[in-house]
Structure formats: C-alpha cells, structure tokens
Design a protein around this ligand. Sequence first.
Ligand code: ADP
Ligand code: ZN
Length: 742
Amino acid sequence: MVNKSKFVEVAFPIPARQLFTYLIPEHLRGQIQPGCRLFAQLGNRKALGFAAHILDTPPAQIKDLKPVLHLLDEEPLFGPELLRFLRWTADYYMASLGETFAAAYPFSPATRPRMVKVVLLNDRILTSEQIPEDIQKPNQRRVIEFLIHRKALLSPADISRELGVGPSTLKTLEKHGWLRIESREQARVPQFAYKGDYGADLTLTSDQEQALALIERALRQASPKPILIQGVTGSGKTEIYLRAIDTVLRLGKTALVLIPEISLTPQTMDRFRSRFGDRVGILHSGLGQGERYDEWRMARHGERPILVGTRSAIFAPLENPGLIIVDEEHDGSYKQSDPSPRYHARDLAVVRAHLAGTLAVLGSATPSAESAYNVRSGKYEGIELRQRASTHGLPMVQLVDMRGRAGDEAILSRELFEALWDRYENRQQSILFLNRRGFATSLICNHCGHILMCDHCSVAMVFHNSQRLLICHHCDARKPPPEYCPACTEKFIRQRGYGTERVVQEVEEKIPGARVVRLDRDTTRQKGEHDRLLTPFRQGESDILVGTQMIAKGLDFPNVTLVGVLNADYALSLPDFRAAERTFTLLTQVAGRAGRGKHPGEVFIQTYCPDHYSIQLALTQDYNAFYEKEIRYRRLIGFPPFSRIVLWRVESTIEDIARGKAWELYSILSAALQGHQGVTLLPPVEAPLYRLRDFFRWQIALKSRSLPAIRSLLSNKALLKFITLRRRELRVIQDVDPSDML
Ligand code: ADP
Ligand code: ZN
C-alpha cells in the first residue's frame, strides 16, 4: 500500500542531530520515501536534505509546518539494508543522520549521467536480405549494411567518420524510420589495462585450503561470526578472497572489498579484473566525481556485483551483500578523520555484515590488537597462514644500531650501503623506506637555536630542495628559506634531519650510475603518477625505489631483494598509545616487500631504539609474540580493546575562546556522566599539535568501559546544543574511537 502520510522528517547534512518535520504537499504524497533527497526551507535558506522517516501520525506541533518544496529522487538512494546501517553509523559515531547520508551519497545534485547518442537499426532489418528496396542510394545502403554487422553501439559521428558519409544520410534514414537515434547513458568508468590472469588455476596451499573452507562454511550460515585471517605477507590472502568471492557470486550475492590506500588500487584492481572482468566496480577518492557517480549507480543497479574500494566504499549501495572483505584490516587509512561521521570502515564492515546477516572477512599480516583480541575472546573466528605461498620464506631481518653514528653514516649505515651496492652490482632491486618527504626536516639557527616554524601551526617547516622552499606538512604554507635567522639576524642557518629528497641525493652520490626513483606525495600529486613511476621500476628500468608509507604496503615486485628502513623509530616518538603497534606493523609490512620472487630477501632496519619490543619483534616478524606484549600493556593502561575512547576537540582561532569553551564542555560532560560506572573523563588539555591552520586546539578524552555511558550522551540536551554551537572562530569535533590524538 502506498503511504499517503502528510508528514516527513528530514535529515540535513549539518552537525545538528535533530530531524526537522515538514508537510508533504498533495502532489508528492506517496512519493517521498526514506532515502530520497528533497529541498525544503531551513531557517532562511532553501536546503538539500534527505527524507529520514515518513510519519504515520501527525507530529505534536503541526502549526507553522513548512512544506517540502521539491523532490529530487523518485527512487530512494539507499535500500533498506543500507538505510538501517547508515542509521546505526550515525548513532554510533554521534554524527547527524544527514551528514551520514551525505557521506554515503557524496554527489552534488548537478552531477548527471553522461548521455551519448547512439544509432539503432529498425528492428525488422536483421540481415542484408531484409534491406528494403526503397533504400536505393549507395551511401544509405552502406550505412544499413554496416549497422547490421556492427558489434557495439555507435554514435552518428562514429558512423559518419567510419563510412565517410555526411550527417544528412543518417537524417534521411531516420526520417523514413529505417533507423533511430537515441540518447543513452554511458558510464564514465576508469580504464584498466589488465594483463593476463593471475593464478586462477593455482593449487592452493593447505593453509589456504583451510582458510577457504572456513569461509565457505561461514558463507552458508545464517549469521556467521566475522573471520580474521592472520597471514604473513605473501601468504596468499588475496587468492583466498578471490575464490571466496567466486563462491559468493555463485550463491547469487554480491561482494564488497575494502582496501587501504589508493596506491594499492591499480595492482589490486588488476588482479580482481583479470579474474572477474567487468563485474568488478571500483570506488575511491582518486576518481573524478563523474566516474564515482557512475560506479555508484552501476553498483546500485546490480551491474557490478563486486565492488573494490577504499574507506568510503563501506557505504556502497550494493544489493544483497554476501561477503565484506577488509584487506590490511589494521591500516590507519580506514579511519575517517574529517568530516563527520568520523567512522572506522573496518569496524563498520563488521557491523554492516552483522546487520545484513552476512560474513565479514578481515585480513592482515599484522592485525590490529582489537581484532586479534576479538579472536582470542571468541567474538571472531581466526585462522593463521604461517608460510608464504610462493617458493621463498620470509626475508632475513637485521637491526642496525644507529647510536653514535654520524657524518658519513648519519643517513645510510655502512651495512645498508654495502648491501645496496651489492644488489646494484648484481642487477637486483632495492627499496629504501623512510617516513618523511622533503630534503631537511627543519632549519635551525646554530647561533641562537631558533627553529623555523610555520606561521599557522606549531610545527617546524620542512625544507624542500627541488622547490627551494620551506613547506608546512600540515597546512601547506610555503616560504623561501631565509638567509639570516629571523630571531637573531645571524647567518648561521643549518639543515637538520633528512627526508626522501635528501636520501635520493645521498644514494646517487654514493652509487654513481644507480637509477633512483622517488615515490612520495610530492612526486605523485597528479593522477596516474603512481603508475608512471612504478611501472618502469617493475620492469627493471630503475634500481632503487625511495619512498614514504606509500610503498610500505601491498606492492609486489619480484626482483626486490633488499629493503632498508632508514628511521624505524619515527612513530615511537609520537604521543599515542598505538605507537608501538604502528611501528611493529610498519616494519613488518615494509620488510614484506623483500624477497617476493625467486631470490630470498634481506632487510636492514636502522634504529636508535634497538631494545624496544616493537623493533625487536619485527626482527622475527613474530606477530603473536608482539600481540602478547602489546595486549598486556593495553590492559594495564586500560586502553582499547579494554575501553572505548571518545575525543572532543574544541578549536578556535582565538586562544582564550578555545580554552574557555573546552572547560565549558568539560562541565557539561562531567554533569552528563554523573553516576555512570567505569568512566574516566580527563580534564581539557592542549592538543599535542596545539596550533593547526591558525586554530588553537584543546581536547577532552573520555575513556569508558561502559557503552551505556556513551549512549546516554547521545540524548543529552546540553551536549547537543553545545556541539551545534557554531561561530566562525569556533569548532567542536567529536571523535568516537579516535585513531590519533594529536
Ligand atoms: P597476500 O595477499 O597474503 O600478500 P597474495 O595472494 O598476494 O598474498 O600472494 C602472494 C604471491 O603468491 C602472489 O604472487 C600469488 O600469485 C602467489 N600465490 C598465492 N597463492 C599461491 C599458491 N597456492 N601457489 C603458488 N603461488 C601462490
Ligand atoms: Zn602550517
């Protein structure tokens, strides 16, 4: 029965969590459904919102209700399964429903499908014999003949060009009804050159067999537990995903695959496409708006039963999902930091699968402590793959103690340099990893100690040699390096620390003739640059790849036999309870790039903290030993997975306002949490990154073992009011399960 209700609750993409009730005008009754976009008056502007609920009974206050002005969608954008999931997401992350809908449908109303003109032959003409006598002009007959034999739909322009006939020939044929020219939608989908099949006929290892059997069993259950595949790098996890997807498709369902970073996309896509062809869609932020829009619509219409995408693809409109895979589930890029909803796509994958009664599979060589804990506590099923699928074992890892090394060895230790030289001579490839782009990490005055800081952020500016500029890595502010110290006016400015640019220079000086490629955010600003730099490396046209975290994950170059980590300790210095986990994970992932082909791999880790457990255990790449240490520490400090954290950040361009409002929020929260057990609310502190883009930042953290305490905040009036408080110079951010607290 069509719902002829007169009222609709609308969610606007604004921080306010409240919904607004509107009158449905006569001509739209029965047409508006939850998940349709519409325009309505909000305050003094006409705003785009999403229908959230159709009301069966009139609201308490009917007086002064405004009407819906205009309906944009005849069909809801989200099916029932997705709608339910989006509502859950908004609640959990304390976001507004409107913001959450907007995250799931990030297209402006102006985005339209691309239309092309196509020429269609009259249905009665199927063979040359059926060409009517009336068509006598040779050009006209040629067109008809051509259309009978064409393999794909063609536009009038294509045909004119192909046959050398003028547009009037087609017009005449159209006028007589022998052909039709129609507008059709054409998808703007990114092109992939996929080359050959990888391993559809491989014989699975017994580890792989077991993992696949576990998955296939779960796929046939009603509400299966999530499965965590803990498999060393190169153990053949992707091959397991591919086969599981094959099963899912045969069950008549769809599959969603989340992958961490854009740099992985071409390779991963290549593997999925080579196996499943056009059935694979892709969604990531590197696509143009039009491309993304078309991929979204193809997924919605069931034309792409497999979707591979980054974080935001968790909201993809796949119908009837049968499997949700999260590859490299530990990866930090699954967490959205801005704008709201500040969701974690891995956690949401588990939730979406649960709500839909289907299976979530998480995979990693180094699972997050949270996921591994869920296996130990019985919430997830777990399976381990301990060996590489291909011939070689894991690479040999060595630590290089950098303490006391200076001068010539400050960047490249003797050990690492000799190994690099050896690979170069033997025509094998190497990767050097470090976490900093640019040339020097800061400029300092040797006379007075002044460091050249960003004018808008409380961080040092990084010197980039190729541009001869100081650049802030947080706000991208730029200025030329001064010749004289701005503090003491002496001329003693020196460079400190090194980045990727400097490493390239160092290597080129020490190994003349070596061909070095640099891969970092500076060299990959443009679309397609990744491929342009990596393809020659893959083909052996360069010897050494120097890069940032972009190269840490997923890349599979068989001829790479040496990996050097230049500054392993970088993450350990950050004030973050996940610092050890990040370090261990990064080292293990980077090490995993070595020895993936027929030659064994070797890894050198340069460190100033050779005794730290995250570094010691990276030597043996012993995840389980690392986990045991890490989880004991987490339990001791009562951090996740033993509690939940909610972080509030109050930011203002005016220092006093930031501080004052932070304390105001603190008293609201203290009052709201009164009487709840197992809750620790920490008083406001300056954020470690105190100033960012001219905003002064204060933060308040809540550590809670009780979910109801956090839930109770959702309906707290004073808090809701405070959060939506907006002035130009003030921002309030709520982050549930924050991934960094800088
Ligand atoms: P992971 O995703 O765990 O890093 P991949 O699935 O990428 O591992 O596999 C690593 C390499 O091993 C790939 O080149 C893949 O083609 C190969 N491989 C996977 N499974 C097998 C197998 N059963 N036998 C031989 N090679 C395999
Ligand atoms: Zn800055």
